[in-house]
Design a protein around this ligand. Sequence first.
Ligand code: IPD
Length: 274
Amino acid sequence: MTLHYDPELLDQLHELAVSAALEAAQMVLAGRREGVTVAETKTSASDVVTLMDRRSEALLVDRILTARPDDGILGEEGASHVGETGIRWVLDPIDGTVNYLYGLPEWAVSVAAEIDGLTVVGVVAAPALGETYVAVRGRGAKLHDIDGVHALYVNNPVELSAALVATGFGYTVERRTSQARVVEQVLPRVRDIRRGGACSVDLCSLAAGRVDAYYERGPHAWDLAAGGLVAHEAGARLEGLRGVPAGEEMILAAGQHLFGPLHDLLARLDAASG
Ligand code: IPD
């Protein structure tokens, strides 16, 4: 079924998502040069929140609600606003917070807009990489960098044994222990594994053909929303295991050809790990 959205509404959401994400990303980048303060830890000692996570989310919420006061909002750092328009913004003020803390460049401000639960606009602004990824449902995915604007397409076809596979790990000991068991079995069957440290950037790397697949158990809606649309618009198939939609239980994203073999391997390992 093809859904049709008002093109003017999509343009408005697109413009607002890009301007809010870029403004927040520049503020967060400038803040990094002045040093990083850890404000609190969440699910474990490695799950940190910096002051910039909070300031970035506050800025995004302010820009969005100033422009569109009746929309809903869900943000990683607690922003939660029930809207009346059917439009909800899903925000990760800094995805890849640990990279940000250490001065590694793979982190991003991730802004997505949903209409009736379906993501229609996604912006992943990664200023330390000099890259902004933008997707609008039905209009493709693009990378904006110093060289201009580039249309994105996933690698396809790719054989499992030749696949460069990105993944990520959660923050709790239990989650990491089971993820380590799975990755131990995936690694000998693929070209190699990458752990970039920011789910949204991993999904954009898939869209840009820099990796061939991405999988992870546990990322939240704010990690997945914008980057997921970028990957989808670049031709990726995104799902969980056994036909379940992609979500916290599992996200697997790859080109059409690779998806099946990688899915079957992960489903087998998942069943074996109980
Ligand atoms: C994390 C990153 C990481 C992924 C974790 C996420 P955060 O988000 O995206 O790559 O492996 O599952 O929680 O905490 O940096 O916003």
